[in-house]
Write a protein that binds this ligand. Structure first.
Ligand SMILES: C[S@@+](CC[C@H](N)C(=O)[O-])C[C@H]1O[C@@H](n2cnc3c(N)ncnc32)[C@H](O)[C@@H]1O
Length: 239
């Protein structure tokens, strides 16, 4: 999975083509009742990632599943730039037209676990982020990604994985009668895969990462059902 036949890889590519070229938040479904969220919501995300990663001007970040780069660009403002990787050729084209400023701010098409396995410039990155997207990776792909980040990206000591759907709350999310057993495991649906904090910790621990959980303030539109995770390198035997 995570290969070219994985439906999750095409979900956003196909959706984004139905949106206006400048509807950056609509393209990545950052909407409430079909309308793009406002700037205050975006500022909350940027602030939370900046603080979670303790970004400084010395950092170079790897944005995994960067989408159209609209969020990435705001994170690049808080550091020395970096690279965004996403499987959607359409979204990367939008990122390149609107936000690319090589060599400091670059965007490439790629499946993130394959990118992490094959990248040659791993040592330039000091931190990584994966916002609103980890839920589209099934467990095999997620494991491969975290293992490669651990083994090949020696300078990355913090990874921010934001907006993860909380499995403990999945049944509360659906309107009465709309819940279908197993829907929380469908990484290739628009809601993606729901994981409990315990499942997330176990997944991270298998790859040598320790998970630290955070919740967004209640004013954040997705606060009720989602949590953020910061991964740090686990000391051997303590993951
Ligand atoms: C909800 S969008 C989030 C984009 C961006 N991180 C943001 O927060 O604005 C999810 C993104 O994940 C990408 N994606 C899903 N699975 C992927 C994979 N295995 N490798 C690379 N990109 C993937 C999709 O193409 C899509 O752009």
């Amino acid at each position: 999975m995570g290969g070219p036949d994985d439906r999750a890889l095409k979900l956003y590519d196909e959706h984004a083509k139905t949106c206006a070229p400048d509807d950056f938040w609509g393209q990545v479904k950052r909407t409430v009742n079909g309308k793009p969220v406002d700037d205050a919501q975006i500022d909350m995300i940027v602030d939370c990632v900046r603080r979670g990663l303790a970004l400084t001007s010395k950092d170079v970040i790897l944005d995994l599943c960067c989408g159209n780069g609209a969020l990435t660009d705001r994170l690049f403002d808080a550091c020395s730039g970096g690279l965004g990787v996403d499987s959607s050729p359409h979204l990367i084209e939008i990122a390149q037209s609107n936000f690319s400023r090589p060599p400091a701010r670059r965007y490439v098409v790629g499946e993130v676990s394959e990118f992490a396995a094959s990248a040659t410039d791993c040592s330039i990155f000091t931190k990584a982020v994966c916002y609103g997207s980890f839920k589209y990776l099934n467990n095999d792909t997620a494991l491969r990604l975290l293992q490669h980040l651990q083994a090949r990206f020696a300078r990355i000591d913090l990874i921010f994985i934001g907006n993860n759907a909380d499995k403990a709350l999945a049944k509360d999310f659906f309107y009465e009668g709309a819940y279908r057993p197993g829907v929380e495991n469908a990484h290739d649906s628009f809601l993606g895969m729901w994981r409990s904090e315990d499942e997330f910790s176990a997944l991270a621990a298998q790859c040598g990462w320790k998970a630290h959980f955070h919740r967004m303030p209640p004013a954040f539109y997705a606060a009720r059902f989602c949590y953020d995770v910061v991964l740090t390198r686990a000391a051997l035997g303590t993951a």
